[in-house]
Design a protein around this ligand. Structure first.
Ligand code: B12
Ligand code: SF4
Length: 565
């Protein structure tokens, strides 16, 4: 009972909900009583892992979507079963018929969603509620926009551990019109590994016809503090290496040559201990690995060791030529000097690891004029083998403290969640660019990056058939050519449609038809289920909720592990 009270509804930024939080604690004590008396019924639990915004028939989605599956929905499946309930989990890749895949009657439905899939999640919640279920939202959208999501779910959860899930299973009651916010005080200390999750992982991977990427997680949080990042204030921690070792050994029995995608926010912090655990469990180069890491962790000796252990793709974040030097080990060096240094570093990585994607954020406040974009072009010339991944600066609700600054300065636009995927809309007004200039520069950079000359250069500078063709396919599909078309469309509307421009200039909040139509098209049958008002949200909800409260995240506690160790 004490445990539940500690957890229930206590997000300080949602203090207006605290009284309900206390209410749930009371309810739970009653339920715990009835459980002890043996009267709690077995629940039919549905879990939906949304890895896409809506129905699709695209070939790329068929091949890849199941490989984007999240770990937590599977973890929750295991926890619910351990609590004695029946579980049906569906990873929604855009091809499934959700009406038939989930049992006709579910008592409780968990939905995991990124913000880009929030509208889909809201529509599904309405559908399941209409069939009598209680609904719970978790995942990045719940962590970033709890204030909005509470209108559509009975529970919205932040950090999630087994105790939070147990509380929900035990309470499992309607909280409407406004739901209850629950969060664990910190990230979970342990989660079920691959072996325990296997029933769910296997069913999801059956949907992936060619590449089968097994998601794994060895650590959470990050010792760096990149201002825009959701983990900038989450302390670094590792999970039990023995579980990880068992899981890797288990995968070697399941596949001839397993492929593992690490979901660690920053792989390789505490490098030696982490790699030693992998080396203990896996003979050299028997599993292929993919990981996101920062350049500061990728010295040549580390890279050689990663190569020896089968790492085939690395995704380091460069982010900007003027900012965030810590994570790329460039310190205070900026501009062309940073380009030179980073380019040499990435070329070194490419000599050992076949596939490298370098991530950039476009539109940061530190950027001005043509130079940031021109420097990225120079980087492309000097580093032809790397695939550049661009994200438009996005302030995801309460993901990072810097979002408060953007909201205070009234710089956050209310683009519907559907477009908040780092590409389809930039919801922060750029500090030093007009919108038209910004889009001109983004289009110019994209055309340069995905010109035939750059595509051929990338092809010849890359080793290995799969990496080569991955780069070509990504360039000519929706990611390369598709985005050039899309940005060009947005730029044209900015020029020709006054109402469209007024939306960008924050003179109106009326959503332009261009965006409305896309949502309708993308949601397909879910459009009719969209709750009233779901397309609109308050872009300053985080700031408002902070008016007399403390931040949600616990203060950052630096781990004993030094990042570059
Ligand atoms: C690994 C990762 C990926 C992987 C795996 C994605 C996946 N399906 O899990 C890949 C590379 C595929 C990916 C893709 C994308 N990603 Co990504 N990704 C991450 C990363 C680096 C780590 C997230 C993670 O798994 N952490 C480990 C888990 C255990 O911790 P957690 O996320 O904090 O989850 C906790 C709670 O939220 C909760 N929880 C999580 N899921 C669920 C589900 C339920 C049902 C419940 C109840 C609870 C719950 O429990 C966890 C424990 O407390 C984060 C950045 C970061 N530093 O966190 C970005 C991040 C999550 N990604 C982001 C984005 C935008 C994307 C893309 C849209 C990028 C793009 N344009 O393609 C796609 C979307 C893919 C999709 N729809 O599935 C944003 C999300 C912002 C938002 N609000 O939506 C983040 C935060 C990065 C950022 N830009 O700030 N990503
Ligand atoms: S290094 Fe990566 S995970 Fe760590 S705070 Fe920066 S962006 Fe986030």
């Amino acid at each position: 009972m004490k445990e539940s009270a500690r957890r229930a509804g206590r997000a300080p930024e949602l203090q207006n909900r605290t009284s309900r939080g206390l209410g749930i604690a009371r309810d739970i004590s009653g339920i715990i009583g009835s459980m002890r008396a043996g009267t709690v019924r077995k629940l039919h639990v549905g879990i939906v892992d949304l890895v896409t915004k809506g129905p699709t028939r695209a070939l790329w989605a068929r091949v890849m979507n199941a490989n984007l599956a999240s770990i937590m929905p599977q973890v929750i499946g295991v926890w619910c079963e351990q609590e004695g309930h029946d579980v049906t989990l569906v990873c929604y890749t855009g091809f499934e018929d959700l009406f038939t895949e989930l049992p006709e009657h579910c008592d409780l439905v968990f939905i995991g969603a990124f913000t880009e899939a929030a509208l889909t999640a809201y529509a599904l919640s309405k559908l399941f509620r209409s069939r009598g279920a209680i609904t719970v939202l978790g995942g990045p959208h719940a962590r970033c926009y709890p204030q909005d999501a509470l209108q559509y779910f009975d529970y919205v959860v932040g950090f999630t551990d087994r105790a939070v899930i147990r509380d929900i299973l035990q309470d499992c009651s309607q909280h409407r019109p406004m739901g209850i916010y629950l969060t664990a005080p910190r990230q979970p200390e342990s989660i079920p590994g691959v072996r325990e999750r296997w029933r769910f992982t296997e069913a999801t991977l059956r949907k992936a016809p060619l590449v089968k990427l097994v998601p794994m997680l060895g650590s959470l949080g990050c010792p760096y503090s990149c201002s825009f990042c959701i983990d900038s204030e989450v302390p670094y921690q590792t999970f039990d290496y023995d579980v990880m070792k068992e899981d890797l050994a288990f995968l070697l029995q399941k596949f001839k040559r397993p492929l593992v995608g690490w979901h660690d926010p920053n792989f390789g912090v505490g490098f030696d201990a982490y790699l030693a655990a992998i080396e203990d469990a896996v003979p050299p180069n028997r599993i292929d690995f993919i990981a996101e890491s920062s350049l500061s962790l990728l010295s040549e000796s580390h890279i050689v060791r990663l190569k020896r252990n089968g790492f085939k793709a690395i995704l380091p974040g460069i982010e900007s030529w003027y900012d965030l030097g810590g994570k790329s080990r460039t310190g205070r060096i900026t501009g062309i000097e940073k380009v030179r240094q980073v380019s040499e570093h990435v070329n070194m990585i490419l000599r050992h690891i076949p596939y490298v994607q370098t991530n950039f954020v476009l539109g940061l406040d530190s950027e001005e004029g043509p130079e940031p974009f021109e420097l990225t072009k120079k980087f492309i010339d000097r580093t032809p083998g790397a695939f550049p991944g661009y994200s438009l600066l996005s302030a995801f609700g309460q993901a990072a403290p810097i979002n408060l600054d953007y909201q205070r300065a009234n710089k956050v636009l209310p683009f519907p969640f559907h477009f908040l995927d780092n590409n389809h809309a930039m919801n922060v007004k750029p500090r030093h660019y007009s919108w038209m200039e910004f889009y001109d520069r983004v289009i110019d950079l994209s055309k340069y990056t995905f010109s035939w000359k750059a595509i051929v250069n990338r092809l010849t500078a890359t080793r290995g058939t799969i990496p080569r063709w991955m780069n070509v396919v990504r360039a000519i599909s929706s990611e390369g050519f598709g985005r050039i078309r899309y940005y060009t469309d947005v730029r044209r509307q900015l020029q020709t449609d006054r109402q469209f421009r007024r939306y960008f200039e924050q003179e109106t909040t009326e959503l332009p038809q261009f965006y409305r139509e896309q949502i309708r098209r993308d949601l397909g049958f879910l459009w009719d289920l969209l709750p009233t008002g779901a397309m609109y949200h308050d872009p300053n909800a985080y700031l408002k909720s902070m008016a007399d409260a403390k931040p949600l995240s616990p203060p950052k506690v630096w781990s004993a592990v030094s990042p570059a160790e």
